[in-house]
Design a protein around this ligand. Sequence first.
Ligand SMILES: Nc1nc2c(ncn2[C@@H]2O[C@H](COP(=O)(O)OP(=O)(O)OP(=O)(O)O)[C@@H](O)[C@H]2O)c(=O)[nH]1
Ligand SMILES: [Mg+2]
Length: 254
Amino acid sequence: MINLYFIGSAGSGKSSLTGAYAGWMENQGYDAITVNLDPGIENAPYVPYVDIREWINLRDIMNEYGVGPNGAQIIAADMLALNINEMKEIIESSESEYVIFDTPGQMELFVLRQSGKVLVDSFGSDNSILGFLFDPIISRTPNGFISLLLQAASIQVRFNTPFISILTKSDLLGQEEKDKIMKWSSDFMELGGAMNMERPTMRTQLSLEFLSALKSSGANQTIIPVSSTYGSGMEDIYNAAQQIFYGGEDLSKD
Ligand SMILES: Nc1nc2c(ncn2[C@@H]2O[C@H](COP(=O)(O)OP(=O)(O)OP(=O)(O)O)[C@@H](O)[C@H]2O)c(=O)[nH]1
Ligand SMILES: [Mg+2]
């Protein structure tokens, strides 16, 4: 069983990608289920096999604890840990080859609070991959891209699991822009050069120093452009996961 977690900032395309990737897997004849971990999800673009909303209801939390929507999200994130065993039982009994997780909109609640890490560890960190989603609009500028790289790095520090970088909504970018971002992701020298084109400021200097630290940590890997709207790039995600766990061999389709 492989667990794939889609993580990214609010609106980066996690839920859409969960739906698109699960749909692609199904079409290919692979055995995959989806798990929704976002109690605040609205109009989910897929039907989750396991849904956190079965156990956690934001409105109930707001009423019970007298908090607003943000406070309720924090309480909900902490409550996640209470439901891990039950979720795990359902997931395991499905005997699926692949489990795709849609994580909460507020990334920091999943990434920084204890329950997210407890969940990933309990479901097995050895067989898990984190797919970090790069928003295409933020990724367009060297500064924005570096900020996302740093977020990605902070997640890698926290979760000790294999990691893939995904550029979502790539249909919103022109080919040239897409190529540029892909180049930046694998070649930090090029990214540093793009930063330098801007007038040198303290901010630029700081980013360049971060880049050099990131490079030595091996964070540079070519980003995978995808579009959930057009279903492109799904096979590349699959191949990246295969590469991590099986060195490129195909999963059995049974
Ligand atoms: N053009 C385009 N739009 C997309 C794509 N994927 C998602 N979107 C749009 O981006 C918005 C956010 O998508 P979601 O999938 O809800 O993103 P999310 O990360 O789950 O959002 P939260 O859970 O609220 O943080 C929606 O309006 C989607 O229709 C894509 O591949 N192309
Ligand atoms: Mg979502």
